[in-house]
Design a protein around this ligand. Structure first.
Ligand SMILES: [Fe+2]
Length: 464
């Protein structure tokens, strides 16, 4: 792989304020691995590249920006939780003041600083400002993509790429990956055919593009194309299983098809052999979410999970007080509820309430009162066997849950929660809620075996 040096970045219209060619190449190597969702051993992995990058030029502002940005945007941590990261963000800002940076670089530093404060919307604005003049700035594009994803801003996530897409030509490095990123936004806004065309184009150029594989998995999921989805994952597994940052999530998608079909044992086999081992090895928040989401879905389907929640709890428990993303909080809560760890559940709820009372610039803490807390409380009520209370909490906010971010497929776990509660509720106030929700789901996503099973269940108790 030819990595770009100082002159190459300048020629691309994206000059970097360093005289170190080594630093420029390591910046490129880091960016490339981030885009590919894969630590490349031949490049030294992302961490290896970042430590060499800092040694090559300690005053390289964009080196600091990509390093801090990856920690913040990529790993689900925050400066409040990680003192070293807090210091690293301060150092980045100091470095940016002592150096003569281009306006683009200055915006990158400010965007990461905003994101560190929990002000994701402002960070997005700044990355978008960069893209207005620098449509091939892939770091801005990808950070903006991820931040929009965390905010549940699906149209913005799509349009952010649409605006710059024509500037990406076959000769632009990593151009095929931009097709995959664009395809994901198209898929999340229901343009399935266009998304499929682009994702397939990306994969024809680079079959190991795990994000484009992932977009294809979503397209099959949204269309309830269970057979096609399973065949696609099976056929392509060899291409994406070594993507250390995304493989677990792609296996999660594969398992969703099996849950949809009611093949729970096969889903658990994927969980035990692929998802849990990766969670234990990485401990990343995406792998946490994959595990919790899958176990919770299986639990709602009535599957006996044995001690699986207990195996997840040691990883999730450490994050009880984090409150970086409400989406993560809801999944962490599934684990403490599943493992019947009342103290951890209580601690998560109490500290989230506290965070919501003094949110400052933090967009997630601002949203906690209206959406995050009722959602988390609904999970608690479901565990306590109060389905009517679940409905009381979730029905008023169901169209706002999107604001906690994640994908439509990921948030579907909350639709399942609502559906199961509606089938089990007893209050006459909630008469016909189950029927309405199931008819709505069937209309939106026809031919779903899971929906059909729920309809049969509802019919059996005379709710349909
Ligand atoms: Fe996904």
């Amino acid at each position: 792989m030819s990595l770009r040096d100082c002159q190459a970045w300048k020629d691309a219209g994206l000059p970097l304020s360093t005289t170190s060619n080594e630093a420029c190449k390591l910046f490129d190597a880091t960016l490339t691995q981030y885009i590919k969702w894969t630590n490349d051993k031949s490049l030294g992995g992302i961490e290896g590249c970042l430590s060499k990058l800092k040694a090559a030029d300690p005053n390289f502002a964009m080196g600091h920006a990509i390093s801090n940005g990856l920690m913040l945007v990529g790993t689900g941590t925050s400066v409040k939780l990680d003192k070293d990261l807090d210091q690293a963000v301060k150092t980045m800002v100091e470095v940016s003041r002592t150096q003569t940076l281009t306006p683009r670089e200055q915006l990158h530093v400010s965007a990461v600083e905003m994101f560190a404060e929990g002000n994701f919307p402002k960070a997005c604005d700044l990355w978008e400002l960069i893209l207005r003049d620098h449509p091939t700035d892939l770091l801005a594009l990808k950070f903006s993509h991820n931040a929009h994803f965390y905010l549940g801003l699906r149209e913005q996530m799509r349009d952010s790429v649409a605006r710059v897409f024509p500037f990406w030509t076959p000769s632009t490095p990593l151009n095929s990956y931009v097709k995959g990123i664009y395809a994901f936004g198209l898929m999340e806004t229901n343009f399935y055919d266009r998304a499929e065309k682009l994702a397939k184009e990306a994969l024809s150029i680079e079959p190991t593009d795990a994000w484009s594989v992932h977009t294809m998995a979503h397209i099959h999921e949204m269309r309830a194309e269970v057979k096609d989805g399973m065949e696609f994952m099976q056929r392509t597994e060899g291409h994406w299983k070594d993507s250390d940052m995304l493989a677990s999530h792609n296996y999660w998608h594969w398992a969703l098809y099996l849950i949809e079909k009611g093949e729970y044992e096969a889903a658990l086999t994927i969980y035990d052999s692929q998802i849990l081992p990766r969670l234990k090895a990485s401990g990343t928040m995406l792998d946490v979410v994959n595990s919790c989401s899958m176990l919770y879905r299986l639990q709602m389907e009535g599957v006996s999970l044995g001690q699986r929640w207990q195996a997840v709890l040691p990883v999730t428990k450490k994050h009880t007080r984090d409150h970086v993303l409400l989406f993560n909080d809801a999944h962490l809560l599934m684990a403490s509820l599943g493992a019947r760890d009342l103290q951890t559940t209580q601690e998560l709820m109490t500290t989230l309430q506290e965070a919501s009372k003094s949110p400052g610039e933090n967009c997630q803490h601002k949203l906690a009162q209206d959406v995050g807390l009722p959602l988390c409380q609904a999970l608690v009520e479901a565990e306590n066997g109060n389905p009517d209370r679940v409905l009381e909490l979730l029905l008023p906010i169901r169209y706002r849950i999107v604001e906690i971010g994640g994908s439509t497929a990921q948030r579907d776990v909350f639709n399942h929660l609502l559906l199961h509660a509606s089938i089990n509720c007893t209050s006459s106030i909630h008469k016909n809620v189950a029927r309405n929700l199931l008819m709505e789901r069937d209309a939106l996503r026809p031919n779903s075996p899971l929906t059909e099973r729920l309809i049969r269940k509802a019919t059996a108790v005379h709710l349909m």
